[in-house]
Write a protein that binds this ligand. Structure first.
Ligand code: ARG
Length: 462
């Protein structure tokens, strides 16, 4: 039986093993060891500044906590059997420095400790995930750069819509990830609050120096209300929501890559290192990595859901239910980090099959919008232009011919405004080059976007 942070109130000292197992969170919150240790060091310093412990006691406690830091770093810190990480840290110190350890918990509660630990974890996670996003953005920008001249059919409703540069699509992914990064930073800002000094719910009758603790831990703000401080888990839900957005984005990117790498689309190939084979069908080269990134997004959505469900019915303030917030948080951070990392590698192996893309663009119906806009430039009302080109498409579809199979006189039968130069519109290069609006698939604009991202992202791009 390991030492508890409580006990005086209870006659029977030995807790039922099943209850102990059921209430314990150590298997999950051991992740917080380094943060709990760091917080304890700062708490000890603060206690000494305010005269609650002597200089000698402070030295002993910090010595024990330093030893603990190196054990955590080396992975030798034994946490098994403890109720939670706070008890494990306290007991470690108690074994090294028994007398001063009795004072280490002065003026603090696990209710606030756990919040501060998780806030520190969130801060580090935001920084780590941000770095991984940038790596993936770099990898995508590299892909856009090396495929800058390739045009593919753009899809709406998964039907061919209009020609677009493949790089334009890839830069769309970079934009999506940038919003994710912004959301992450925003969630990070809300996590950047120290709650130490809130006690279990009411604050403390001891003159603790909240500002000192916050500053030493690198927190920007201190919480304003002790009840809110010990029960607020919005910052966790917000971070998981930001990660959830990211997982959904990654899932969508993967879906595109899976589709485009099939024989049916055949626009691109993924490096063999990121594919797997079939135990039965010798010819298979399956995009399992992409499928797993897509599949794992379900875990993120569940994590966000479980957090909201956990929070929605809780009375103020701390309730033990809140112990269940850590699993969805930790799992979300780990899953998204692994996804971002593997995707950055995978993207650098993508090669395009230009011929298949070019073949798909031989079906000239994809230029129908370009033809309608040609008529608008010649003075037609858009509705009339839409009808005229629609009629041409219907006619060609019935006859199973391409638009360029029609002679100019046949075309003039649909509209006098159609001239010889209209045939020049029926190719992918002209279609993209004719786009004028900012943010469009115009090659010059896409090139500028790539250059802009390269500048912004800095570092390597593959
Ligand atoms: N393990 C708890 C949690 O994760 C923190 C400890 C607070 N426990 C308590 N009985 N007040 O929320």
């Amino acid at each position: 039986m390991t030492a508890k942070l409580w006990g005086g109130r209870f006659e029977k000292k030995d807790m039922d093993a099943r209850v102990m197992r059921f209430t314990s969170s150590i298997d999950i919150d051991k992740v917080l060891a380094e943060y709990d240790c760091l917080s304890s060091k700062v708490h000890v310093e603060m206690l000494s500044r305010r005269g609650f412990i002597s200089e000698a006691e402070k030295k002993e406690l910090l010595g024990a906590l330093d030893e603990l830091s190196s054990e955590i770093e080396q992975g030798t810190f034994q946490t098994q059997g403890y109720e939670d990480i706070h008890s494990a840290v306290q007991d470690y110190v108690a074994k090294k420095a028994p007398a001063p350890a009795k004072k280490m918990h002065t003026g603090r509660s696990r209710n606030e400790q756990v919040v501060n630990d998780v806030r520190l974890y969130c801060r580090d996670s935001v920084a780590r995930v941000k770095g991984l996003i940038v790596e993936l953005q770099r990898s995508l920008t590299g892909l856009a750069e090396r495929t800058a001249d390739v045009i593919i059919p753009g899809y709406t409703h998964l039907n061919r819509a209009q020609p677009v540069l493949f790089a334009h699509l890839v830069i769309a992914y970079v934009e999506m990830l940038q919003r994710d990064l912004d959301r992450l930073e925003d969630a990070g800002r809300r996590a950047d609050v120290s709650v130490m000094g809130s006690g279990a719910i009411a604050g403390s009758a001891l003159e603790l120096d909240r500002r000192f603790t916050a500053e030493k831990l690198g927190f920007k703000n201190i919480s304003a209300n002790s009840i809110d401080a010990v029960s607020d888990r919005d910052f966790i839900a917000e971070l998981v929501a930001a990660l959830c957005f990211m997982a959904v984005h990654l899932s969508r990117i993967c879906e595109d890559l899976i589709l485009y790498s099939t024989a049916e689309f055949g626009f691109l190939e993924i490096g063999a290192d990121y594919c797997t084979g079939s135990s039965l069908m010798p010819q298979k080269r399956n995009p399992d990595v992409l499928e797993l990134v897509r599949g794992k997004s379900s875990g993120l959505i569940s994590a966000l859901n479980s957090l909201f469900i956990l929070l929605k019915g809780l009375p103020q303030s701390y309730n033990r239910d809140l112990q269940e917030d850590k699993k969805p948080l930790f799992e979300s951070v780990e899953t998204v980090s692994a996804e971002l990392e593997i995707m950055a590698g995978l993207v650098s192996t993508i090669s395009l099959k230009k011929e298949t893309a070019a073949k798909a663009l031989e079906d000239e119906f994809i230029y129908a919008t370009d033809l309608a806009e040609y008529l608008v430039r010649k003075g037609a009302a858009f509705k009339d232009a839409h009808d005229i080109i629609g009629n041409i498409v219907r006619h060609c579809a019935e006859k199973d011919i391409n638009i360029s199979d029609l002679s100019i006189s046949e075309l003039k039968g649909f509209s006098e405004k159609l001239e010889e130069d209209v045939y020049g519109l029926l190719n992918p290069e002209t279609s993209v080059a004719n786009k004028k609006t900012p943010g469009s698939t115009n090659p010059e604009l896409v090139k500028k976007a790539i250059a802009g991202w390269k500048r912004k992202l800095g570092g390597r791009s593959s």
